[in-house]
Design a protein around this ligand. Structure first.
Ligand code: UDP
Ligand code: MG
Length: 167
């Protein structure tokens, strides 16, 4: 079944010059890229993205990590891939959350590390399921930034310019 998945190349991935490598690995899936951009992640976006981990001791570090404050590089690359079994295909390429447990040839197994503070710097984010993907894609992208109509929209007109919003 065709589905969408949010991929983030996290600041450590950008810092380590892994963008091309990761995109090449993802291209092996034959999925289609339907959205892509560089993002300067706000405190609010970081908190919303990782809301499920708010009570973890590593949460403050996780927010600093995704905002690029641990890598002197305040940017993250966000993409949406679309196609058959997109979530499982991308999660398999990414490997396990803990880079030490990830298969050695996976992206996280190849390039991730655990910091001395215990944070998993694992190079890439991949949505875990369809619900998560929808929530995350709506958080990171406006409808007009995604080239296929993934979710229901509503049109608004401001100063005679029509814009779409997620409903
Ligand atoms: N994370 C961590 N330590 C943990 C669990 C998670 O540092 O014990 C970080 C890690 O960077 C991970 C992110 O928090 O990618 C989000 O965690 P989640 O459980 O959603 O894992 P994912 O879906 O990224 O595999
Ligand atoms: Mg997750």
């Amino acid at each position: 079944m065709n589905e969408a998945v949010l991929i983030l190349i996290k600041p450590d991935g950008l810092r380590k010059s892994l963008t091309g490598n990761i995109l090449t690995r993802l291209s092996e899936t034959k999925l289609e890229i339907v959205a892509a951009k560089m993002v300067r992640v706000s405190e609010e976006l970081a908190h919303a993205h990782y809301a499920h981990l708010e009570n973890e001791s590593f949460f403050p570090d996780l927010v600093r990590y995704i905002r690029g404050e641990l890598h002197d590089r305040r940017k993250t690359m966000a993409l949406v891939y679309w196609g058959n079994g997109a979530i499982l295909k991308c999660r398999q390429l990414a490997g396990a959350t803990n880079p030490e447990e990830a298969e050695a040839t996976s992206i996280r197994g190849s390039y991730g590390r655990i910091t001395t503070a215990g944070l998993y710097e694992n190079v890439i984010h991949v949505s875990g399921n369809q619900e998560e993907a929808e929530r995350e894609i709506k958080l990171w992208f406006k409808p007009d930034e995604v080239i296929v109509p993934l979710y229901p929209l509503k049109e608004i007109t401001k100063d005679k310019v029509k814009t779409n919003l997620w409903t």
